[in-house]
Design a protein around this ligand. Structure first.
Ligand code: SF4
Length: 275
C-alpha cells in the first residue's frame, strides 16, 4: 500500500522517481473509486496548455513509450506521489478564484490522464464545481475509457495525434494508432472542442505523407479549433540519462523554422486552423 504524501509544487521539468515503490503497474491499476491517485507534479500558471492561464496537473502512468518523450518519469505509477482527491481539490481550491478571474482553468496532463480515469474524472468534476474551465491532454489511446460521465466534466480535449501513418505511430510510441482516431471521431460526433497537437520530430514524424494523413483526417472535423505543431526539443533528455533508459532521439536536432513552417502550411492547405 502506497503512503499518502504532500504533492510538492514544481514543474513538468522536475525529475521525480521512486516516490511510491509499492504502486501497482500502470496497466494493472483498478481505479474505480478515484478517491486516491498518483501524480508527478503541478504548475499553477501555464499559458501553453489550453486557453488563458492554466493550472496543470501532471498525472503519473502512461502506456505509450514515445521515443521523444520529455517526461519518462511520468510513465510509472511507482514514480509518482500518492495523494488523495481531497488533497488535490483543496490545493486547487486555493488558487481557483484567481484562475477563474482571468478566464483560466485546469488542464490535466501526464503521463496519460486516462490511466487513472476515475481519479481524473473526479478532479475534473471538482474543478467544474469551482467554476473552472477544464481540459485534459491525452494521446487518446485509452479513449474508450472516457464514458459520457467523464466527458461531461470536460470543456476541451488537447489530443496528441503523434502520427497519421500507423507504422510511424507504432515506431514512435510502441502502440496502435486506431484508438486515437476512434476517440477523435467520437469527439467530433459529439462536437466536443478539441485542439490537436502534433509533435514534429525530424526523421521520425516529419514525412510529408505522414503529416498529410493527419491533416486530411482532422480537416473535416468542425470541433477541432486548432492544430498546434509542437517542435521536438531536448529538454527532457537528462531524464532518460538519469533513469538509465536508452534514448533513441539523443542525436535528433529540433526542427528548423523552415520545416515547422512547411508542416504548418500542410495543415493550413488542408483547411485546418494551424499554428
Ligand atoms: S504519451 Fe506523453 S507521457 Fe506517454 S510516452 Fe508519449 S510523450 Fe511520454
Amino acid at each position: 500500500m502506497s503512503t499518502l504524501r504532500r504533492l510538492e509544487p514544481g514543474s513538468r521539468h522536475d525529475l521525480r522517481v521512486g516516490l511510491s515503490p509499492d504502486a501497482p503497474e500502470e496497466d494493472r491499476l483498478k481505479d474505480e473509486e478515484g478517491a486516491f491517485g498518483y501524480c508527478h507534479s503541478y504548475e499553477t500558471s501555464s499559458r501553453y496548455d489550453g486557453p488563458g492561464l492554466r493550472a496543470v496537473l501532471f498525472m503519473s502512468g502512461c502506456l505509450l513509450r514515445c521515443t521523444y518523450c520529455h517526461n519518462p518519469d511520468t510513465w510509472h505509477l511507482k514514480d509518482g506521489t500518492y495523494v488523495s482527491l481531497q488533497q488535490v481539490l483543496h490545493r486547487l481550491g486555493s488558487f481557483a478564484p484567481a484562475l477563474a478571474s482571468v478566464d483560466g482553468g485546469l488542464t490535466i496532463s501526464g503521463g496519460e490522464p486516462m490511466v487513472q480515469h476515475a481519479f481524473t474524472r473526479r478532479i475534473l468534476n471538482g474543478a467544474k464545481e469551482m467554476g473552472l474551465h477544464t481540459a485534459i491532454q491525452t494521446s487518446g489511446f485509452l479513449g474508450d475509457r472516457a464514458d459520457d460521465k467523464f466527458l461531461s466534466n470536460l470543456d476541451l480535449v488537447l489530443l496528441d495525434v503523434k502520427s497519421g501513418d500507423p507504422e510511424t505511430y507504432r515506431k514512435a510510441t510502441g502502440r496502435d494508432l486506431a484508438p486515437t482516431f476512434r476517440f477523435a471521431e467520437r469527439l467530433a460526433a459529439m462536437n466536443k472542442p478539441v485542439w490537436v497537437r502534433f509533435t514534429l520530430v525530424p526523421g521520425l514524424t516529419d514525412d510529408p505523407t505522414n503529416v498529410e494523413k493527419i491533416a486530411k483526417f482532422v480537416a473535416p472535423m468542425k470541433n477541432v479549433e486548432w492544430v498546434e505543431v509542437q517542435p521536438f526539443h531536448q529538454m527532457g533528455s537528462f531524464k532518460w540519462k538519469a533513469m538509465g533508459l536508452e534514448y533513441k532521439e539523443a542525436d535528433t536536432e529540433p526542427p528548423s523554422l523552415d520545416l515547422v513552417n512547411r508542416v504548418i502550411g500542410q495543415f493550413r492547405d488542408a483547411g485546418c486552423n494551424a499554428r
